[in-house]
Design a protein around this ligand. Structure first.
Ligand code: ADP
Ligand code: ADP
Length: 236
């Protein structure tokens, strides 16, 4: 089943057209990699999927993007709820300046969850899914900013997973990380693929070929190829 369907998406920064009519669908519970040279529109397209571009002044978007059957740009869309259903991890780790526990519990508290057992359970499960539990379990009440960049990024992944979104967007999540932390993020994505739909922007072709089921290749704001990853990359 398709979880996201985008049809003829055009995006303008002022008068400059950055996306020239993108038609792209995402299958539930698959990992899709968005690749292409710097400036081709990968981040811009990703930000369309949870309406992060709304935060940038002077942006105009046309076309349609559906999450299941709902048009996410419809006037009645609850954008806060949309961003819970379509979570995002950024290139730079950006934990809040409070404890590991409160970072991960944040979205659940916002949603009104007060049961300590529920919170403890979700925090632990999410940190385990993000392959960081063993490193933080004895430091849950320490400031998240005290951890390394790679650890912070996995805490950020746990923070997104804690609210159990349907789709997880990641914008070059490993390009600021060391190889070991990158590998842990990749393992996490492989582990969660059966529960979540994952869309990852990467400039790392090897990463795309290692972890993704499908790969979309953008060039100058156009989608130029979209196919099964195994067909896209030639293995020596
Ligand atoms: P990529 O993620 O593939 O590197 P981007 O989506 O960041 O590409 O950028 C696509 C194009 O849109 C580039 O030409 C970039 O300079 C431009 N762009 C991105 N963000 C903005 C913005 N906030 N305002 C104006 N132009 C932007
Ligand atoms: P990325 O490729 O991950 O989007 P960039 O370095 O291209 O990273 O962009 C970093 C930030 O600057 C983004 O928020 C993007 O929207 C903004 N940006 C990129 N290009 C432009 C531009 N030409 N004018 C204004 N803002 C831009």
């Amino acid at each position: 089943t398709k979880i996201i369907t985008s049809k003829d998406v055009h995006l303008y920064y002022g008068k400059k057209e950055a996306l020239h009519g993108i038609n792209l669908d995402f299958e539930e519970h698959q990992i899709t990699a968005l690749i292409g040279p710097s400036g081709c529109g990968k981040s811009t397209y990703l930000r369309c999927l949870n309406r992060m571009n709304d935060l940038i002044k002077g942006v105009t978007i046309t076309g349609s993007i559906k999450l299941e059957d709902e048009d996410i740009y419809a006037p009645q869309t609850d954008v806060v709820n949309l961003r819970k259903r379509v979570g995002m991890v950024f290139q730079q780790p950006n934990p809040f300046p409070f404890s590991v526990y409160e970072n991960v519990a944040y979205g659940l508290r916002l949603a009104g969850e007060k049961d300590k057992h529920v919170l403890d359970e979700r925090v632990e499960t999410s940190l385990k899914q993000a392959a960081i539990w063993d490193e933080v379990k004895d430091h849950l009440y320490e400031n998240a900013l005290a951890f390394s960049g790679g650890q912070q990024q996995r805490i950020c992944v746990a923070r997104v997973l804690a609210v159990q979104p349907e789709v997880v967007l990641l914008d070059e999540p490993t390009s600021a990380l060391d190889p070991i932390s990158s590998a842990k993020i990749e393992d996490t994505l492989m582990n969660i693929r059966h529960e979540y739909t994952v869309i990852i922007v990467t400039h790392n072709m090897q990463q795309a070929s290692r972890i993704s089921d499908k790969t979309a290749f953008l060039l100058n704001g156009d989608l130029v190829e979209f196919s099964k990853t195994e067909k896209m990359f030639i293995h020596p």
